[in-house]
Design a protein around this ligand. Structure first.
Ligand SMILES: *[C@@H]1O[C@H](CO)[C@@H](O)[C@H](O)[C@H]1NC(C)=O
Length: 284
């Protein structure tokens, strides 16, 4: 569909006001209480007593990162992020869930920086039993370096939903009935990081990281993870939490379509070169 700027904008306004109750940032978490800065030797910092604002930085010798103290088996993880401004080529800023081990599960939001004036790529992926290969990438409908925007992963027994400012951009459904593994037995921790991946993030090192601009800094605000906390071999949660049964209604599905039609720049499901024998079954 061809859409003019005007209709795109009208759609956007509609979508943004059609607020979905599940991923509204309540901002109830505290970085002091809920996470540990486990990487980066002082490059990660919490800025206030309440633990609402945290920054990660990256220089030539190291990046930095934090991880949740709790592990979860299902949950909803959201945070507001303001990404590295200016020339951010080669930097990757992340917010993801991951279980340990060699057959791990993982649910990713990764933001690939770009040279000044060029868009970030939001990379999403789902790993099950150590195997990913389910990438979808997007550009955003705003500049993610100017203001904070809310990114949210909902992971429940039936689906994984990625949302950006309350707009669902991707849904990965539980398709175990047709033999596709779904993350459901390995508890995951929430991680965030800022690291350098020049080769991966810039199409084979096409752009070089400009270290004269280092340190690079990204901000995280209003961290909030609710979930089924894993302890002593079992998880406990209120199964009647809204996120536990969240699904996309017609409006939600229309919003996914809108995001994918207008902003998706890569979809493994349509990459016939990569899957010459046919795209993965989960796509169809
Ligand atoms: C950088 O911007 C160009 C468009 O100007 C785009 O084609 C490319 O995918 C972007 N790279 C990344 C890593 O986002």
């Amino acid at each position: 569909m061809k859409s003019s700027c005007g209709t795109r904008f009208a759609f956007l306004v509609l979508f943004l006001f059609a607020v979905q109750s599940v991923c509204v940032n309540a901002g109830t978490g505290s970085f002091h209480k809920d996470v540990k800065i486990h990487w980066g030797d002082g490059r990660g910092k919490i800025h206030d007593n309440e633990g609402k604002l945290l920054s990660l930085s990256l220089d030539k010798s190291s990046g930095s990162g934090f991880q949740s103290n709790d592990e979860f088996l299902y949950g909803k993880a959201e945070v507001q992020m303001k990404l590295v401004p200016g020339n951010s080529a080669g930097t990757v800023t992340t917010f993801y869930l991951k279980s340990p081990g060699t057959t791990w599960d993982e649910i990713d939001f990764e933001f690939l920086g770009n040279i000044s004036g060029h868009p970030y790529t939001l990379h999403t992926n789902v790993y099950t039993k150590g195997s990913g290969d389910k990438e979808q990438q997007f550009h955003l409908w705003f500049d993610p370096t100017r203001e904070f925007h809310t990114y949210c992963i909902t992971w429940n027994p039936e689906r994984i939903i990625f949302t950006v400012d309350n707009v669902p951009i991707r849904e990965f459904k539980n398709s175990e009935s047709i033999g596709i593994p779904f993350p459901k037995i390995q508890p995951m921790r929430l991680y965030a990081s800022l690291w350098e991946a020049e080769h991966w993030a810039t199409r084979g090192g096409l752009e070089k990281t400009d270290w004269s601009k280092a340190p690079f800094t990204a901000f995280y605000r209003n961290y909030n993870v609710e979930g089924c906390v894993w302890a002593n071999g079992k998880s406990s949660c209120a199964a009647n939490s809204p996120w536990y049964t969240q699904k996309l209604d017609q409006r939600g599905m229309n919003r996914v379509k809108w995001a994918q039609r207008n902003y998706m720049v890569y979809n493994y499901c349509t990459d016939k070169k990569r899957f010459p024998k046919g795209v993965p079954a989960v796509c169809t």
